[in-house]
Write a protein that binds this ligand. Sequence first.
Ligand code: KE4
Length: 430
Amino acid sequence: MQTDHSARLFAAAKKVIPGGVNSPVRACKSVGCDPLFVRKAKGAVITDVDGNDFIDFVGSWGPMILGHGHPAVVEAVRSTALDGTSFGAPTPLEVELAELVCDSVPSLEKIRFVNSGTEATMSAIRLARGFTGRNMVIKFDGCYHGHADSFLVKAGSGVITLGIPGSPGVPEDIVKNTLSIPYNDVAALEATLRDPNLSIACVIVEPVAGNMGVILPEEGFLLRLRELTRELGIILIFDEVITGFRLALGGAQERFGIMPDLTCLGKIIGGGLPVGAYGGRQDIMDTVAPEGPVYQAGTLSGNPLAMAAGLALVRELRKPGFYEALEEKSAWFAAGLQRIADNASFPITLNRIGSMMTCFFAPGPVRDFESAMRADTAMYGRHYRQMLAGGVWLAPSQFEAAFVSAAHDRSQLEQALAMTESSFKKLADR
Ligand code: KE4
C-alpha cells in the first residue's frame, strides 16, 4: 500500500502540531504505525491522500451513523452557508434542533448547545455543582467524558492508550473532587454514594461504556444508580455523547428505560460538525445563565451550519424503520464476527449493543476497566495493521468502539468479515 503522501504530511504536521495530530488517539501510537491522512470519504468508504480506499468502522468516532457525505447533510450545510456562517445571535435553526432533540430524548425538557462533548460534560458538572451546592463528582474507571480537568482521573479513550491515569496540569485541588469507582460494581456504588464524608453533587456515567472498548451495563446497574441518586438527592448525568441517537432515537436512556436528571450529547447531533449539548430537567436547566446564575457561554454555540447539519441528520434518524434496519445489519455483522472469534485459537471477547461493538483480545467477560486492561494491545496493534493493509479502517486503539452505519452494505460487511478471519489466522500463525 502506497503511503508516501501521508508520510510527507505527517512529517510536516509534526513540525507545527504536537504529535502531528489534533487529537492524540489519531496518532496511532498504540497500534504501532503512523497515521494515514484522509482526502475524502463517502458512504462507508474513506479515501486517504494516496488514493487508498478503506471500509470505515470509526465513523469519525461516532457521528457518521448515516455514513460520510450524506446528501441531505451536505446540502443542508451548503445551502445554509450561502446565508452566512456565524452571527453570534440566535437563529431559527437552533430552536428547530433543540425542539427536535428534546422531542427525541425522553428526559430532555430543556437543552443548551455547545461545541463539543467536553464542553457539554464540563458544563453539566458545573451545573450540578451550582444546583446542589456540593462539589464532589463521581465517575467510573475507564469512562471518558472529554478532557476537562475534572474528568482526567482514570479516564478512558486516548488517556488509556497513553498508559497514564490522568494528565499533568490537573491541580490536586481539582482531582480531589473527583472520585472514580469501578463500572458495574453496585457494592462500590452503594458504599460511595452513602459515604457521609462525601458531599456529592453528581454521578456522571456512560450508560454504555464506549471508551474502554464497548462495555455494557450489567442487569440492575443503571437502575440501582438511578434509585440511589434519586434517594440521596444526587444529580445523575448520562454522558450520551456516543450512545445518544446511536442506540435508539432516545439513546441509551430510551433503550434501558432509565431517566437521568441531565444528559450530555455530541457527535451524531452535529452531523460531523462541532456540536455538543447538555440538557434535562427544567428546574435544573433554568439555573443556567442568563435564566439563572450558573455561567456557561460560547461564541459558536448553536452555529447555523452545525445546527443545519444536525437537523438534516436527526430528521433521517426519525424516519420509520431506521433503527430496525441498522440493528438487523449490525446483528448480522456481529454474528459473523462471533463465528470467527469462536474459531480463533486465542481469546476474543465480542461486546456489542446496537451498532457499536468491540472485539477485545482478551478472555471474557469484559465487564469493567480491570478486565478490559487484560487485553493484548500488541496483538490488537498487529490486527489493526493487517486490517488496514486489507482495506478496513478500525479504531487505532483496542479501547474504542467500532461503528456500523446505515451506509455499510452487505458486500462491505462480508469483506470486513473475510479480512478479520484472514487477520486472525495470521495472528495465530505468529
Ligand atoms: P469531544 O470533546 O471529543 O467532542 O467529546 C468528549 C467525549 C465525551 N463523552 C464521551 C462518552 C466521549 O466518547 C467523548 C469523546 N470520544 C472520543 C472517542 N471515544 C473522542 C476521540 C478523540 O478524543 O479524538
